[in-house]
Design a protein around this ligand. Structure first.
Ligand code: ATP
Ligand code: MG
Length: 229
């Protein structure tokens, strides 16, 4: 397996109250899976993705990714892990507003010791793949929401991550763009990536190899099948 959590828990302290976002989650995702995470609003889906990608730390339990216990890594180790292995696609695109689409996509490669010319070529190829080649020189403020989303997808893929974590990546897209992104993710999977995606998009069904249902921070085993229904 590529990802394994055991008794993974996350609590947030809000003044006097503790919000339990995840409770003792045991999740296994096999290498090269296309895992769909489902569950109602507030059930802990985004929290789980953040923990799996090393963006946040658990309150309890273990997370093993690619033979590494990422819960044991220090901040530097986690930053390295994220940069080397994980591509994030979130609902908020987090694009840098002063940079063009091309610069935004190139940006993560700066830390990966890739020569400038190759960076540009790779960024252009990815913008082409997400259908944004003709907007490469535009800044985020000059792009529609869906176009920004597609730039964010290109940026997430630029370091050839082994694991792609996606949180409702087609939520803001029109039908055609959403299908393009789904098809692109399926292609990346065919090339060897493992994809874990939060989405209620029914178009994912034909691609998903695993569905995970979360309810109140717990895996809803009654609804979990290893095969999509
Ligand atoms: N940084 C935080 N501080 C405090 N509470 C948080 C924080 N992040 C999430 N929570 C709480 O944890 C619970 C799970 O949140 P999470 O964002 O994981 O839900 P979700 O399943 O992604 O929901 P949605 O479908 O609406 O995106 C919620 O009750 C939320 O209020
Ligand atoms: Mg969420």
């Amino acid at each position: 397996m590529l990802v394994q959590t055991s008794a993974l828990s996350k609590r947030f302290q809000m003044g006097d109250t503790t919000v339990t976002a995840l409770q003792e989650v045991d999740l296994t995702v096999e290498e090269n899976a296309f895992c769909q995470i489902l569950g109602p609003s507030g059930s802990g889906k985004s929290t789980l993705l953040h923990l799996l990608g090393g963006l946040d730390r658990p309150s309890g339990g273990r997370i093993r990714v690619d033979d590494e216990n990422i819960d044991e890594l220090d901040e530097n180790g986690l930053a390295h892990f994220r940069q080397q292995k994980v591509g994030f696609i979130f609902q908020s695109y987090n694009l840098i507003t002063s940079m063009t689409a091309l610069e935004n996509v190139s940006f993560p490669m700066q830390f990966a010791r890739i020569p400038t010319r190759e960076r540009k070529a790779r960024a252009e190829a990815l913008l082409e793949r997400v259908g944004m080649a003709d907007r490469a020189g535009h800044k985020p403020g000059e792009l529609s929401g869906g176009q920004q989303q597609r730039v964010a997808v290109a940026r997430a893929l630029v370091n050839n991550p082994r694991i792609i974590l996606a949180d409702e990546p087609t939520g803001n897209l029109d039908t055609a763009s959403g299908e393009n992104i789904m098809a692109l993710l399926a292609e990346l999977r065919a090339e060897g990536a493992t994809i874990i995606m939060v989405t209620h998009d029914t178009r994912l069904k034909k691609f998903a190899t695993q569905q995970v249902h979360i309810l109140d921070g717990k895996l809803d085993l009654s609804a979990n099948g290893t095969e999509p229904k």
